[in-house]
Ligand binder design. Sequence first.
Ligand code: I24
Ligand code: DGL
Length: 269
Amino acid sequence: MNQPIGVIDSGVGGLTVAKEIMRQLPNENICYLGDTLRCPYGPRDPEQVRKFTMDMTQFLLTHNIKLLVIACNTATAAALHYIRDNVDIPVVGVIQPGARAAIKATKNSQVGVIGTEGTIKSDAYTNALSLLNHQVAVKSLACPKFAPLVESSEYKGSVAKKVVAQSLRPFKNSGIDTFVLGCTHYPLLQPIIENVLGPRVKVINPGLETASEVSMLLDYFTLRNVSDEPQQHRFFTTGSPKIFGGIASDWLGLPQMVVEFAKIGQERK
Ligand code: I24
Ligand code: DGL
């Protein structure tokens, strides 16, 4: 099946998930769409996120995808079930895989979760974790400063260390032994977060387990690409292809990336 795997996100953050899919599934083609024009999704109403996510899904369906990955945590929280109910292909979100990895890692059933306001307000992680382990205690916190921090390119410096240390203070001595990065941007802060939380807390990037879930589904639905053609990814953005291309080629280590403009949604802003 040399049809591409679709990956959607509110912007460029989902490239952290796309990169892991490319690494774990080197024979697969990816068709990525980032809604950078309407990013961020984190502060938006779930109804609006649901509509935007459906707009993105419909766009990628016209590109003949065989499976859809909702790489955005906020979109997964608001729209996974809605999208699943309305399309005919397998749909994977990042929250269930992230929860599964956390339950696998925890020894004391005390788990911390951070994400955007939308993700945390939805309780999607807490619900997913509780379904897997009725005894789990979840401490979750919105970190609205973190995505802008990554986007400011200061995510490695002393400002980032200060912001992270301050925001994660509620987790100090909280007893958690596992911590979920419930937002596409947070893996870029992982070294700083690990430093702040200390060596006894295992930090989980849901993107890794999501890529594994995609791999399992490709087998289950016999969708794996067996053709010998070289990888041919496509990247679409609703915003500036030039800005998207700069960040994406840097992050993915792909020189000379072609990024295409996508017009989605009907209404004018
Ligand atoms: N990282 C992210 N978003 C940005 C950024 C960044 N600018 C610098 N870096 N901008 O997300 C978002 C807003 N833009 C998006 C494009 O359209 C216009 C608005 C995290 C990226 C995760 C893969 C820092 C930066 C970079 C390259 C790689 C990684 C990175 F420039 F964090
Ligand atoms: N992609 C979003 C997420 O994982 C973060 C950026 C946004 O707020 O849109 O929740």
